[in-house]
Write a protein that binds this ligand. Structure first.
Ligand code: IMP
Ligand code: MG
Length: 175
């Protein structure tokens, strides 16, 4: 099926917003070190751009998760495919995600990370689709609230493609 990508948020708009969030995080974490936890793969582009704009000391770690089979999807139980390298105890942890959709993955992930006794635990997402929320998730920093459309770019994929687009686009199918 032929598909095309329509621009929803330009590279300039995304970059400007990431700068604003970086400024806010730098203020909020003044005098502290922020430990960014990237959820692979989608969060990686956003995390790198965000980290470059934070002026307090930053450390980074990465994890990769996948949903268990279709039957357990509603429970929101996720499998850790790659765990963090470092313990979180005593750290000011900021989880960086590409998008919050149903909220299932993040609510499970945040509960799991909070058991590791970080000094603080917050969530930063580039995109939020509030209309799709099934499980309540407290988002501390949001780049953009977007309508219920399937988006790609800036780390987000359709069938593993388009992650490298420097803007956020909507996938359209022509028939
Ligand atoms: P949820 O919040 O648990 O439903 O899962 C969110 C995950 O679904 C994200 O981390 C993305 O990997 C994926 N996802 C949700 N919406 C989109 C989209 O519009 N484009 C690409 N991936 C998406
Ligand atoms: Mg993701």
């Amino acid at each position: 099926m032929a598909e095309r990508v329509e621009v929803m948020l330009t590279e300039e708009e995304v970059d400007r917003r990431i700068q604003e969030i970086g400024d806010q995080i730098s203020k909020d974490y003044a005098g502290k070190q922020v430990h960014l936890v990237c959820v692979l793969k989608g969060g990686s582009f956003f995390m790198c751009e965000l980290a470059k704009r934070i002026t307090v000391p930053v450390s980074l770690d990465f994890m990769s998760v996948s949903s268990y089979g279709a039957d357990t999807k509603s429970s929101g139980v996720v499998k850790i495919v790659k765990d963090l390298d470092e313990p979180l105890e005593g750290k000011d942890v900021l989880v960086v995600e590409d998008i919050v959709d149903s909220g299932r993955t993040l609510s499970y992930l945040l509960a799991m990370l909070s058991d590791r006794k970080p000094a603080s635990l917050r969530l930063c997402t580039l995109l939020d689709k509030p209309d799709r929320r099934v499980v309540d998730v407290n988002v501390d920093y949001t780049g953009f609230r977007i309508p219920d459309e399937f988006v790609v770019g800036y780390g987000l994929d359709y069938d593993q493609r388009y992650r490298n687009l420097p803007y956020i686009g909507v996938v359209r199918f022509d028939d």
